[in-house]
Design a binder for this molecule. Sequence first.
Ligand code: NAI
Length: 510
Amino acid sequence: MSHPLQYAPVLVIGAGIMGSGIAQTAAQAGHPVFLYDAREGAAVESRTKLATTLNGLVAKGRLEAAAAEAAIARITPINTLTDAATARLAIEAIVELLEPKRELFRQLEAILADDAVLGTNTSSISVTAIAAGLKHPGRLAGMHFFNPVALMKLVEVVSGLQTDPQVAASLFDLAALWGKVPVHAKSTPGFVVNRIARPFYAEALALLQEQAAAPEVLDACLKAAGFRMGPCELMDLIGHDTNLAVTRSVFEANFFDKRYQPSVVQSEMVAGGLLGRKSGRGFYSYPQGAAALPAADRSPPDRAVTITLHGQGALADALGEAAARVLGANGTPLARDMSSDPTSHWIGLEIDGARLVLTQGLAAWDLAARSGVTDTAVFDRPLRLPLQPGQVIAYSVNAAASATWQAQAGAWLQALGFAPQRVSDAPGLVVARTVAMLINEAADAVLQGVCTTAGADSACKLGVNYPAGPFEWLREWSVPGVIAVLESLDSAYRGERYRVSPWLRRGIAS
Ligand code: NAI
């Protein structure tokens, strides 16, 4: 069955970055598009720029000339909103302020048919608030596109308290017809992506604040885990002013829940004008970008007498294979601890009594104190299996460990095939901590009915290019494993940031 809005006239209000992209997308999907902007000439300029963009695609052989011509011809810049009275759908992408958006929709209600659908591209304002006071608030929903609209597949279809579910369903299906991947979201601060992504930045900023590692080390660790960009280079790209503004808005809209508290590391950078790429300096200086990682010049580890592999599961197996390769070369046999003793439920290697332990959240000093093994080091979670040769991995060593183990822990990680980067003894290190927090935030979003687990996964992969969705990571990891990291963080730092989502605890029970 065809969609009632397919090929129907669309009105786009605001011909800036987003409005232009939305107009292009709708026109390419076959809709006649009216384009309006309060600034005189802006709509015409936008159409001219779109023509250049589309003709550029034709020149590169990525679009048929006839398709480009037809799309451009479908866009009509208009000077007064009344010229768009026949529009069946109006999408606004004007200034990000509540009052102008409300005023615009009040005007549109007087111009458009009673059953025309209203969409807002707001990225941070409550959709419920925008619809308040309309004659028919049920026909307004968020249609949150991502920048650049033509390339980003994700559209969050945001329902406010009064949004008619049929309207949300209709916009969802329309976005799919436009070649997008829509995700339903409830109108809550940050919607899906801008909310779930907060810890990606926040954990890096927290680690920087306690001088755990340099920005380039944090970036390298997360990129090794599969993220396209590290958090520091990404904040530099987005702009610290913009990134801080989003964090602030989510924090304030959640009544100053400490979970979302902005970082003084970032506010200080903004105050000093270190905004990132656009100002020439953020964490890095541009155009150079990130500094090279400190070179690791380690000799091979000393020959060990006894080595035991601890733990079970795919990660333990992968570690065992890597260890067997090293040991095969020097002739030491690898024993495997298959004990069902719960106190030995850790993954890692015991090398002549010293321990190299996959992080479960506890800092190395804490683990050493609990086990009584002073020579303890912890290493970060490799997110991807099979292990990638040369993969950067963070590790830390108990400060009270012997001088020998201080040097040997890194040498062993290197021999196992990693590119180890020593960081300070922070609980949960870098990747485990960040990913556990992303999962936790996604779990809370699901608990609160903001999105489904599948919606959260799509949103993270398509809206912020994560290598996998939070619930995909959770399936690979385990609910108790994630909770263990969060609880270690919670007990190390106290406060609200690391409180465990009740959704995760229910996961254990089910
Ligand atoms: P922009 O500044 O590039 O464009 C806004 C346009 O709206 C300007 O051309 C301006 O003249 C026009 N305008 C302002 N007030 C108006 C009014 N009352 N009536 C008609 N036209 C008006 O801004 P951008 O980046 O395109 O953002 C627009 C909306 O999209 C905002 O709500 C923003 O939060 C949202 N958004 C922005 C994203 C981004 O990455 N830039 C991503 C997703 C959403």
